[in-house]
Design a protein around this ligand. Structure first.
Ligand code: KG4
Ligand code: ZN
Length: 370
């Protein structure tokens, strides 16, 4: 009988579940993906201009059982065939994480199956393994993770050593997109709308010069000075006409992309890597993809980026990270499943005391983050 893994994601405002076949011999997680469901809460948070944590937790509580049921139905897999569960334990909004994490704990305990704790940021990196074989990363990699909550650049070596090279001192790249978009009147999250305006054929990306934060520090990103400069320009122009709107959008986008590229370039000079990975919600940005692809080609690096649906939050990436952990520590999981369960009833790696972690830096081990 085939075995399957259920993956759960509830760290921010997407409630998501995915079902994977649990097999060791597959070359990519994508080959094993049987179903995925994402319930977005964007319309619930839009009136408030950002994610309202308490509202998000309540939505997860309401949606998660339905999303899991839907993912099982779509995969045609019965709950009895689920032999492992991987769930996002952190980082993220504590109340949101708790919904998915405690649900996963209950499921693992009730069914006597192992629970695999997944770091949400590591899951974003693993989203590249959902892609077809010829697009899979080759190690060692340099990974740029850009989302609404995070901007990190990290090296990634086998078996699973992730070392952060640079991260943001203030806003995340997605936040910078969203805040500029909000100033221009686009509803939350405005990143995609700003990108669409910037992509208009007559938009001039050199119309305005915006600063690159921390240009001389290869270990930090910063978008606060940039944001102030754009806000000033918008105020100075007063009511933006149609051409000014697309020019501000294109110039602001270009400055964000350039700020990211500068740090990637410096990291590539310092670290010997084979692939360049681009992940997280902002990886859906066409201009960023284009510039990084061009850069990677010039440096003879393999450029890996997930399909747009796997850039923003989803459970398939949580399953990919869970499968990778399962395959890495296969002997440990087999031993636990064969009855040698030591003192843990939630799998070899997780005990009841392990709570959801609002803070869990990329590359740090499971325990000790609370
Ligand atoms: O990874 P994600 O779904 O959530 C977090 O973990 O934060 O990323 C969402 C972020 C938002 O800030 C959104 O505006 C941004 O990704 N985003 C984009 C684009 N699509 C999504 N930013 C720029 N261009 C896009 N095409
Ligand atoms: Zn995310």
């Amino acid at each position: 009988m085939k075995s399957f893994l259920l993956a759960i994601e509830t760290s921010c405002d997407e409630t998501a579940a995915a079902v994977f076949e649990l097999r060791r011999d597959a070359r990519s997680a994508g080959e094993l993906l049987r179903s995925e469901v994402v319930a977005s809460q964007i319309t619930s948070h839009q009136p408030y201009g950002g994610v309202v944590p308490e509202l998000a937790s309540r939505e997860h509580l309401k949606n998660l059982p339905l999303v899991v049921k839907d993912a099982l139905l779509k995969s045609g897999v019965a709950i009895d065939s689920i032999k492992a569960v991987s769930a996002t334990r952190g980082p993220g909004l504590k109340g949101c994480l708790l919904v998915g994490w405690e649900y996963a704990k209950g499921l693992a305990y009730a069914r006597g199956i192992p629970l695999i704790a997944v770091n949400h940021l590591e899951a974003h990196l693993n989203s590249c393994f959902l892609m077809p074989n010829d697009q899979q990363p080759e190690f060692p990699c340099l990974a740029l993770l850009v989302s609404g909550g995070h901007t990190s650049l990290a090296t990634w070596e086998l078996p699973n050593k992730i070392s952060v090279v640079a991260q943001t001192r203030d806003d995340a790249a997605g936040e910078a997109f969203d805040k500029i978009a909000a100033l221009m009147g686009y509803p939350y999250p405005g990143g995609p709308a700003l990108a669409a305006a910037a992509a208009k054929p007559d938009a001039n990306k050199h119309a305005y010069e915006f600063p690159i934060g921390m240009a001389d520090d290869s270990s930090a990103f910063s978008f606060s000075g940039f944001k102030t400069a754009v806000a000033r320009k918008i105020a100075e122009l007063s009511t933006l006409d149609a051409k000014e709107r697309i020019d501000v959008a294109a110039s602001a986008q270009e400055a964000i992309v350039e700020a990211l590229l500068v740090k990637v370039d410096s990291a590539v000079q310092k670290n010997k890597v084979k692939s360049l990975l681009l992940t997280g919600g902002v990886a859906a940005n066409g201009r960023l993809r284009e510039k990084l692809a061009h850069f990677a080609a010039a440096k003879q690096l393999k450029f890996c980026v997930p399909a747009a649906k796997w850039c923003t939050d989803n459970a398939a990436m949580v399953g990919a990270a869970g499968l990778a952990a399962y395959q890495r520590d296969y002997a440990m999981y087999e031993q636990w499943l064969s009855g040698q369960r030591a003192d843990s009833c939630l799998g070899p790696d997780v005990s009841f005391e392990v709570s959801a972690a609002a803070r869990w830096p990329l590359g740090e081990p499971l325990h000790g983050q609370r």
